[in-house]
Design a protein around this ligand. Structure first.
Ligand code: B12
Ligand code: SF4
Length: 519
């Protein structure tokens, strides 16, 4: 029997980290990293497992030093902190293993600091390692020969998380994506054949999350609609569960743009109460999309703008990822991106400079072309040396683009266009359910109204910039007059808080010419 502690290191500020908004929302972290409660569930009975997320609590190194095994996870943006933690633990003679997205693609990054590493999925290798460890014959490198059979994945140990500190819960329906974008490490690690859990597994997870008082969840799939036929069955069952239980969950997720081609699928996502979908659009420049093999976004049954609007009109809010710095992008791309976003009414635009993650085809190609900056400290914010502009132009254009996108007027014009002019119906099927259940509806309205007011007051108290506070007041007043629905008002105050994060990030970058993690 081993004492095991699984650790998720502190994140650096990033677009989706929402670090500047979290204190306003009364939370410490956006989402609990899904692998921690999952690895706990995969640990054979008899071992004692503790989860430590440094984003919600400090690491007590003395306590950690008493563990038999410490397991560390982490993404690229956590790599520096991962190194610090490993160095500290090594000095104390602790046995430490590392897994997760970063070490899976950069296997030698922690050489000399880790006792074992896990590449890719670990549903079979983690229990196998624990057996080897008990026998005193563990290996240094573990990699599954077969991809995980998702129908065998156990329910995550949500009970071990301090769920009160997170905005969202996390739940996974599937892994893998059928597409082949050149820069993507997801398909390198998880493959192109989508694998799904059964409806019974997913519903058991939702029940387990509900016990921990979670009501908003991020479906952390690489691409929820990788296998459209199979996910439709799953969504139908989640919809029936939601109807039966009174819509206890609201979901957010990620999907590819071909979603717009399938009305039934959009309808089922809404029925399951998915409110917003993050789509990797990447670029309005068709040559760049072709260059990066993002063929699913290249013109097909309408422009990208038409397709985005179709998804929005169905009742799903669209968030998106955009990339600048493809070989086909010259200095005109920054303005093109702004013009494109203006036509889509998308508020949450994660824009990044093209980066080459190890093991991807892009990384291999640029290495061959001598266009990779191999320094770990990325002063230009990306390891890619662009082809059609200088590194300074790319960095400055990117910072300017972020600043333009989160200019308060531009941001709130998009919000008003979607929510006031187009009367976007956020959470359509839950709203329909509530209309048929007037008591529940009244209770929900009271709750939303109270939360909207509470958050608005927090914004007024804590946002230091008086001009910005004035913008939030003015825009919320307009929203109040145009759509005095407590649910919509709550969403819009949350949008103010999210704006505050993105605005602060973009101002810090432009004032200090420093680049914050944008990958
Ligand atoms: C959902 C998701 C998000 C969500 C939730 C993030 C979170 N904090 O958990 C949101 C949208 C918030 C998000 C944000 C970001 N994300 Co993200 N995200 C994902 C996605 C699609 C799924 C992650 C997931 O939960 N998978 C399910 C779990 C169960 O899988 P897993 O963590 O890989 O764990 C398995 C194995 O890796 C292994 N394992 C993992 N850790 C360990 C540790 C040990 C000891 C062992 C034994 C095994 C092990 O065991 C698990 C079971 O098999 C991945 C893509 C992917 N598939 O990795 C990108 C991904 C992880 N994200 C990425 C990035 C860059 C970001 C951002 C920095 C983007 C930004 N600029 O804002 C931010 C970080 C912000 C933050 N503070 O959270 C990159 C990381 C690149 C890399 N290789 O390091 C990825 C790979 C996507 C990509 N290529 O762009 N993300
Ligand atoms: S659609 Fe997304 S997950 Fe799929 S290959 Fe492209 S970038 Fe990767």
């Amino acid at each position: 029997m081993a004492k095991i502690v699984l650790v998720n290191p502190r994140f650096e500020v990033s677009y989706w980290g929402l670090e500047h908004a979290l204190p306003l929302l009364g939370k410490k972290c956006n989402v609990p990293t899904a692998c921690l409660p999952l690895l706990a569930a995969l640990t054979p009975a008899g071992h004692e497992v503790t989860l430590v997320d440094e984003n919600v609590e400090d690491i007590d190194f003395d306590k950690l030093a008493q563990a038999d095994i410490v397991g560390l996870t982490g993404m690229i943006v956590q790599r520096a902190r991962m190194r610090e933690i490993l160095t500290e633990l090594k000095a104390r003679g602790v046995f430490v293993v590392v897994g997760g997205p970063w070490v899976s693609v950069q296997e030698d990054y922690f050489d000399g600091l880790a006792d074992a590493i896990f590449v890719g999925e670990a549903e079979t290798t983690w229990p196998q390692f624990l057996g080897d460890w008990a026998k005193g014959c563990h290996q240094y490198r573990y990699e599954q020969t077969e991809r995980t059979d998702m129908t065998q994945v156990p329910v995550s140990r949500y009970d071990l998380l301090k769920t009160e500190h997170y905005v969202f819960g996390s739940v996974q329906f599937s892994r893998g994506c059928p597409f082949q974008c050149e820069f993507c490490d997801i398909i390198v690690t998880f493959g192109r054949k989508p694998r799904l859990k059964t409806s019974a597994q997913v519903i058991a997870e939702l029940e387990a999350m509900r016990k921990e008082n979670l009501s908003i969840a991020f479906i952390v799939d690489d691409n929820l609609i990788g296998n459209k036929a199979a996910v439709k069955v799953l969504l139908q069952d989640v919809h029936e569960w939601q109807e039966r239980e009174g819509y206890p969950f609201q979901f957010f997720t990620e999907a590819s743009l071909n979603l717009a081609e399938d009305d039934e699928l959009m309808e089922l996502m809404i029925a399951a109460n998915i409110a917003a979908v993050f789509i990797g659009i990447e670029s309005p420049n068709e040559d760049s999309l072709k260059e990066t093999k993002k063929y699913q976004n290249v013109k097909k049954g309408g422009t990208i703008v038409d397709r985005v609007r179709k998804v929005q009109d169905s009742g799903l809010e669209v968030w998106c990822g955009m990339i600048v710095g493809f070989d086909n992008d010259d200095a005109r791309i920054f303005k093109e991106q702004v013009d494109f976003i203006a036509q889509t009414d998308i508020m949450h635009v994660m824009v990044g400079m093209l980066g080459a993650i190890p093991k991807t085809p892009l990384h291999a190609r640029l290495m061959n072309e001598g266009r990779l900056d191999l320094d770990d400290e990325q002063t230009y914010g990306t390891n890619v040396i662009p082809l059609s502009m200088s590194r300074d132009e790319l960095r400055d254009g990117f910072i300017g683009l972020m600043r333009d996108l989160y200019d308060p007027d531009f941001y709130f014009d998009r919000l008003e266009s979607l929510y006031l002019t187009r009367e976007f119906d956020f959470g359509r099927s839950r709203n329909a359910y509530m209309r048929e259940h007037p008591w529940r509806r009244r209770k929900a309205q009271l709750l939303d109204g109270g939360r909207a007011l509470g958050l608005f007051l927090l914004l007024m108290k804590n946002v230091p910039d008086s001009q910005l506070r004035q913008v939030y007041r003015r825009r919320m007043w307009k929203m109040f007059r145009g759509r005095p629905d407590p649910g919509v008002l709550f969403i819009c105050v949350v949008k103010c808080a999210m704006h505050y994060h993105h605005y602060t990030m973009s101002r810090e970058m432009s004032e200090h010419r420093t680049l914050i993690n944008t990958l």
